[in-house]
Design a binder for this molecule. Structure first.
Ligand SMILES: [Zn+2]
Length: 119
């Protein structure tokens, strides 16, 4: 095994771990409103197609990379769907006088109804 091949296997592990950090963060925070489901769906589609390409080309390293990055992306999509109604709760936050949704400190207007937060 040459140096480039060793580095490539290390890169595969690093790439896979990067997705698992995202999965862990979602698992802990249960907050997905800042995550784009379309971004992850497009990743999953692209990775899956390239997985079949790797299969066709009999490339073990390429196929492994596709599998260990595609699986976590599908998990992230499932997490986004599962947690899409969940909101991170900050007990110090104020509530909108108009719609009663939780306001972030720096918001000048409510993101849910547009009410001026200073009123
Ligand atoms: Zn509001």
């Amino acid at each position: 095994m040459d140096l480039l091949e060793i580095l490539s296997w290390i890169a595969i592990v690093i790439l896979s771990i990067s997705y698992w950090f995202q999965i862990w963060k979602i698992h802990v925070h249960r907050e997905v409103r800042d995550l784009s489901i379309m971004y992850n769906v497009l990743l999953a589609v692209g990775f899956t197609i390239l997985g079949f390409t790797a299969w066709k080309e009999h490339s073990v390293i390429f196929l492994t990379k596709q599998i260990v990055t595609t699986v976590p992306v599908f998990i992230i999509i499932a997490q986004i769907l599962y947690h899409r109604q969940d909101r991170w709760h900050n007990s110090n936050a104020n509530y909108c006088p108009n719609c009663n949704e939780e306001l972030e400190r720096k918001w000048k207007h409510c993101a849910f109804c547009g009410q001026d937060t200073k009123k």
